[in-house]
Ligand binder design. Structure first.
Ligand SMILES: Nc1ncnc2c1ncn2[C@@H]1O[C@H](COP(=O)(O)OP(=O)(O)OP(=O)(O)O)[C@@H](O)[C@H]1O
Length: 322
């Protein structure tokens, strides 16, 4: 809509992965030349550079995942944009649209205390009061409009689902994995190929695939996959990689067709929506918003599978910044 009004729009987000979700998105550090090493207190932007000239022509900056922006980064961006035309106005008179949810992850400060984290939130910047606030009320991600689940997620995000130890008890209807190995392979009673010895070996080491007699459609957990390059030298686009379970075994004899799955940290998942999510929490989360972000990435409660060590998940919520 803004483009059709001939407005020059630049989208940006704090993390690289969140910026890839936006049209022509760039990371904020790249856009404003922020010096990450000194907590974005300064910028490397130079007035005569081509990049700066392009930034000067931008009318609107859409800055997503704003809960992750540090106060210092926002203020440095303000300084950079004021400096372009030597403008007395905030952000050099450009329109800044922030998008985000303060139930989600805050700026990362290594070994930062709760006070460090909340103080460095953009809500504590002198610029915050200049923004007009709008609320989005409908959860568009949840495809089946499951009202109980939507309410539960909000209660987790707001911290009101927390018990006296700041833990949340998951809804009973949520599928939970007790043992990933049992779930994938079945146990001895249900799968005649599986001996206790074999299941224990799977639990402790990469899968000895040659001991399995698999049928099409079998679900297996695959150990480390080695990729073997057929031709020596630098990889080229036309090169093929062979996959195998052990470099010593010729890959042709020991390959399995696999379906790709990816693992990412909760922080990197912020901003994303997925059809299926396996949430692996062998330890408690440690930062504000992580439990809410993790639980809210799937488009449906039925597509979320959880494996945890404690059935009451720790939920860190700093209510003072909500
Ligand atoms: N107007 C809409 N109509 C239909 N589906 C929508 C609409 N807006 C968003 N969605 C769906 O909801 C999902 C989440 O949207 P989006 O990523 O914009 O939300 P968000 O507010 O940025 O969420 P979060 O901050 O939690 O990542 C999208 O993947 C999209 O499929």
């Amino acid at each position: 809509m803004l483009s059709s009004m001939n407005k020059n729009v630049q989208c940006t987000a704090w993390t690289g992965i969140a910026s890839t979700l936006l049209s022509n998105g760039r990371t904020s550090a790249s856009l404003f030349k922020l010096k990450i090493g000194n907590d974005s207190k300064t910028s490397n932007h130079s007035k005569g550079s081509n990049e700066t000239k392009k930034l000067k022509e931008v009318d609107v900056i859409i800055w997503d995942e704003c809960s992750m922006i540090s106060k210092t980064a926002l203020e440095t961006a303000d300084f950079v944009l004021r400096d372009l035309p030597d403008s007395p106005f905030s952000f050099g008179g450009k329109r800044i649209v922030l998008g985000g949810d303060f139930r989600q992850i805050l700026p990362v400060i290594r070994r930062g205390t709760k006070t460090d984290l909340t103080n460095n939130c953009i809500k504590n910047s002198y610029l915050w009061n200049q923004f007009q606030k709008f609320s989005l009320l409908d959860n568009m991600r949840i495809i089946n409009a499951d009202a109980n689940w939507i309410k539960f997620l909000l209660d987790v995000g707001d911290g009101v689902a927390n018990d006296y130890e700041d833990r949340v008890t998951l809804l009973e209807s949520l599928p939970v994995l007790e043992d990933l190995v049992d779930d994938v392979f079945g146990d001895e009673s249900t799968n005649k190929h599986m001996t206790t010895e074999f299941l224990n070996s799977v639990r402790t080491s990469p899968l000895p695939l040659h001991r399995l007699r698999l049928n099409v459609g079998s679900v297996v957990m695959i150990g480390k996959i080695w990729t073997i390059q057929q031709r020596k030298g630098h990889l080229r686009a036309e090169d093929h990689l062979l996959r195998g379970q052990k470099p010593s075994i010729p890959p042709q004899e020991n390959t399995v067709p696999g379906q790709l799955a990816f693992a990412i940290s909760i922080n990197k998942a912020q901003g994303q929506s997925f059809g299926r999510v396996g949430l692996y929490l062998p330890e408690d989360v440690f930062a504000h918003g992580q439990t809410y972000v993790a639980l809210s990435r799937a488009r449906s409660k039925n597509e979320l599978l959880i494996k945890y060590t404690s059935e009451r998940l720790l939920n860190v919520v700093y209510k003072e910044i909500l």
